[in-house]
Design a protein around this ligand. Structure first.
Ligand code: PGA
Length: 230
C-alpha cells in the first residue's frame, strides 16, 4: 500500500533553495508513495503551482481577529496547502501549545477541509519511566475516537534531530497503542531521525503508514531515496 512520506522543512530554506530542491527532487523522484512537503508558510503560495502536495507547519486555533503573527486555516488553504502539521514537539515546546489548543487547531483545519497531521510523542524522561503509552494516550484524549481519516505522526521527542531511533518493538508498541484508541482505521506515521540508512528497517519491520522527515528531507536526493525505500 502506498505510504505518506512528508518532508518537514521546519524554519529552513529560502526561495532559491526551495526552487532548486524541487527541481532536484522531481528529477530523482520515482517512488509510488504519496509525497507531501511542509514548507515554511511564506513559500506555500510561491510554490503552489508545482507538482507537489503542500502542507503548512502550524495553524492558529482561532478563525480570525487580533492575533498578530498567526495564520488561519483559511489562509493556509488560500496559499495552496492541503495538509497541516499540528502539535509538533517544537511548537508544543517553543510556543507552549497545550493539548487543548492543539485540538482547537485540529477543528479549525477540519472546518476548512484541510487534513491535519497530528504529531505526538514522549520526552526521554517519560520513556525512561516506561510511561510512553499513558503519555501518548493523554495527548490523544481530546480527539473523538470515532474520527474518520485521522493521520497521526508518532515522533518521540528524544529522537528528533538527535540521530537516535527507538527499538523497532518500541515503535510498534507505540503505534499499536495509538491505533487502539480509535474505532476507525487511521494512518500512523513515524518521525525522528529517519534517513536512507535506517528507513528500510523502520518501515519493513513495523506497520507504519508513512514517515515524517525533518533534517534528512532538506537534501532532495536523500529525501527521494527515503521515499523510494520506505
Ligand atoms: P528529524 O525531524 O527527522 O530531523 O529528526 C523530524 C521532525 O521533527 O519532524
Amino acid at each position: 500500500m502506498s505510504k505518506l512520506v512528508i518532508a518537514n522543512f521546519k524554519m529552513n530554506g529560502s526561495k532559491d533553495f526551495i526552487e532548486s530542491w524541487i527541481k532536484d527532487f522531481l528529477a530523482e523522484q520515482e517512488s509510488a508513495n504519496s509525497i507531501i512537503v511542509a514548507l515554511p508558510s511564506p513559500y506555500l503560495q510561491t510554490f503552489s503551482d508545482r507538482d507537489l502536495t503542500l502542507s503548512g507547519q502550524n495553524v492558529s486555533n482561532e478563525d480570525s481577529g487580533a492575533f498578530t503573527s498567526q495564520l488561519s486555516a483559511g489562509m493556509l488553504k488560500d496559499c495552496g496547502a492541503k495538509y497541516c502539521l499540528i502539535g509538533h514537539s517544537e511548537a508544543r515546546h517553543f510556543l507552549m501549545e497545550t493539548n487543548e489548543i492543539i485540538k482547537q487547531k485540529f477543528d479549525q483545519l477540519k472546518k476548512e477541509s484541510l487534513q491535519p497531521i497530528l504529531c505526538i510523542g514522549e520526552p526521554l524522561k517519560i520513556k525512561e519511566a516506561s510511561k510512553t503509552t499513558d503519555y501518548l494516550t493523554k495527548q490523544l484524549d481530546l480527539i473523538d475516537s470515532d474520527q474518520e481519516n485521522l493521520i497521526i505522526a508518532y515522533e518521540p521527542i528524544w529522537t528528533i534531530g538527535t540521530g537516535l531511533v527507538p527499538e523497532i518493538k518500541e515503535i510498534q508498541l507505540a503505534i499499536d497503542s495509538i491505533r487502539c484508541k480509535f474505532h476507525k482505521p487511521i494512518k500512523v506515521l513515524y518521525g525522528g531521525s529517519v534517513n536512507s540508512s535506517n528507513v528500510i528497517r523502520i518501515s519493513d519491520k513495523t506497520d507504519i503508514d508513512g514517515l515524517l522527515i525533518g533534517g534528512a528531507s532538506l537534501n532532495p536526493k536523500e529525501f527521494a531515496k527515503i521515499a523510494q525505500l520506505c
